[in-house]
Design a protein around this ligand. Structure first.
Ligand code: FEO
Length: 395
C-alpha cells in the first residue's frame, strides 16, 4: 500500500481493523475500527503521534519504515489506553533514542500500564510547544475525553489538530478523510454516546478551548480524518448541549408477552401524541444503538417484567448502562407486569441514581394487561407530553 499523506510531510501510519466486532469486551463495533497514528516529519526532528493496539504493532512499524523514518525523536502519547499506547514499547525497541512526550498524568499511567522507565519520558504543560524545525507541536490538554489524562496536539503550520479519541469514530474505512458524512455521523455519535457522554460538561469546556485554534483538519485516533472540521465540531456542540428532543427511549424485555403488550400500547400512545419513540428489545439489542438514542432523548421509560421478585436482569443492565452513560434525559418511568409482587421499581430507580430525571408514576400491572392497564399507560403518555411541553421541548 502506498503512503497515506494527510498534509505535506504528515503521514497516517496506523492500522485499519476491518474485522474487529467488540471493544473492551463490551462495545459492539458493527463497522470495525481503526487505530490511527501519524508521522510528522519536521526539517530537524520527527515525531510519531500515538501508536496502535498491540495486535496491530507490526502494521504500524511497517508503515513507519515504508516512509523512510530512520530516526525517530519523539513519540507523542495523548492517552494511556492501550489501543493507542500498546505499541509504545515495541516502537522504543526499534527507535531506542526516541522520547515519549506526554503530560505528567499520562506519564504515570503509561508507567503503571506498560512498565516504561521514567527516563524515557519528557513531560509537557498545557499550551507548551515543541519545535520539529519547520513544524511545531502545540500541546492542548483536553481532559476527560474519555480519561482524565487525555490531550491533543495542534500543528499550526498545517492547521491540523491530532485529537486522539476526541471526535473519533469506530469505523473501518479505506478513505483517509470523511467521504460519507451520514455513515461517519452515525459512527461518531455512537462513539460519543458510548464513552464521552458522561463527561459532556468537560467536553464542552474542551470545545471552547479549541475555538481559539484555526483548524483545517482534525485527525482523530479512530475513523477517518475530518477535512471539514465544522461537521464534527458542530455535531459535538449539539450533543453536549443541554437541549433534548421530544423523544422517548423505551428499552424493554418481556418473558411471556404481557410487558411486551404494554410496551406496544405505550409506543403507539406516544406516536398518537406526535412524540418520537425508539423501542429496543433488550435480549437482542445493540447497546450502541440504544446509547445513540440516549444522547438527546427527553425521556426514558424502561419496560420490565418482574422475575425472581425483582427487575429482569436485562432491564437492570439497561438501567445500569444508562446510569453509567449519564444521558441528559429529564424524565423517566417504568412499565411492566408482575405475577405476585416484587421490587422492580425500587431496583430500577436505585440503579439510575446518577440521572437527573423526574420520575413519572410507573405503571405496574398484575398478570396480563387489561383495560385499566391501558388507561394507565395512556395517562403516562399524556403526562410525558405535558412534561415535554412544560420543559419547552415540544414546539
Ligand atoms: Fe481509543 Fe480511549 O482509547
Amino acid at each position: 500500500m502506498k503512503n497515506r499523506q494527510l498534509r505535506p510531510n504528515v503521514y497516517s501510519v496506523g492500522a485499519i481493523d476491518w474485522d474487529a466486532r467488540l471493544f473492551d469486551r463490551l462495545i459492539p463495533l458493527p463497522d470495525g475500527t481503526s487505530y490511527n497514528a501519524y508521522i510528522v516529519l519536521g526539517s530537524e526532528k520527527t515525531a510519531l503521534i500515538d501508536t496502535v493496539d498491540p495486535a496491530k504493532t507490526a502494521v504500524l512499524l511497517n508503515n513507519i519504515v515504508k516512509i523512510g523514518v530512520d530516526k525517530l525523536d519523539y513519540v507523542i502519547a495523548h492517552h494511556g489506553e492501550q489501543d493507542h499506547s500498546g505499541s509504545l514499547s515495541d516502537v522504543l525497541l526499534m527507535y531506542p533514542d526516541a522520547k515519549i512526550v506526554t503530560n505528567p498524568r499520562c506519564k504515570q499511567m503509561l508507567m503503571d500500564l506498560l512498565d516504561i522507565d521514567d527516563e524515557k519520558f519528557v513531560t509537557v504543560d498545557d499550551g507548551q510547544t515543541l519545535s520539529l524545525g519547520d513544524k511545531t507541536l502545540q500541546f492542548v490538554y483536553t481532559p476527560w475525553v474519555h480519561w482524565p489524562e487525555t490531550m491533543s496536539t495542534y500543528v499550526p503550520e498545517d492547521k491540523v489538530l491530532f485529537s486522539c479519541d476526541f471526535f473519533g469514530a469506530h469505523l473501518a474505512t479505506s478513505s483517509l478523510f470523511v467521504d460519507d458524512e451520514a455513515a461517519v455521523y452515525e459512527a461518531a455519535k455512537r462513539y460519543y454516546a458510548e464513552i464521552m457522554m458522561p463527561f459532556r460538561k468537560q467536553i464542552n469546556a474542551n470545545l471552547a478551548k479549541l475555538d481559539k485554534l484555526d483548524i483545517e483538519v482534525i485527525a482523530p485516533s479512530h475513523g477517518p480524518a475530518y477535512d471539514k472540521p465544522a461537521f464534527i465540531i458542530d455535531a459535538y456542540k449539539d450533543w453536549v448541549s443541554d437541549s433534548v428532543k421530544n423523544k422517548v427511549v423505551v428499552p424493554y424485555v418481556s418473558m411471556h408477552g404481557s410487558t411486551g403488550e404494554m410496551v406496544s400500547h405505550f409506543v403507539e400512545a406516544l406516536m398518537d401524541r406526535d412524540i418520537m419513540v425508539k423501542q429496543f428489545e433488550l435480549s437482542t439489542v445493540d447497546i450502541g444503538k440504544l446509547a445513540i438514542e440516549l444522547v438527546d432523548a427527553a425521556s426514558i421509560v424502561i419496560g420490565s417484567p418482574t422475575v425472581l421478585a425483582g427487575a429482569h436482569p436485562a432491564a437492570a443492565y439497561a438501567a445500569f448502562m444508562a446510569n453509567a452513560l449519564r444521558p441528559k434525559a429529564k424524565f423517566a418511568s417504568i412499565i411492566g407486569s408482575f405475577g405476585w409482587g416484587g421490587k422492580t421499581v425500587e431496583q430500577l430507580t436505585g440503579l439510575m441514581s446518577n440521572l437527573k430525571v423526574e420520575l413519572l408514576e410507573p405503571v405496574l400491572v398484575k398478570g396480563q394487561p387489561k383495560e385499566a392497564a391501558f388507561v394507565a399507560i395512556d395517562r403516562l403518555a399524556d403526562e410525558i407530553l405535558a412534561k415535554h411541553k412544560e420543559a419547552g421541548i415540544v414546539n
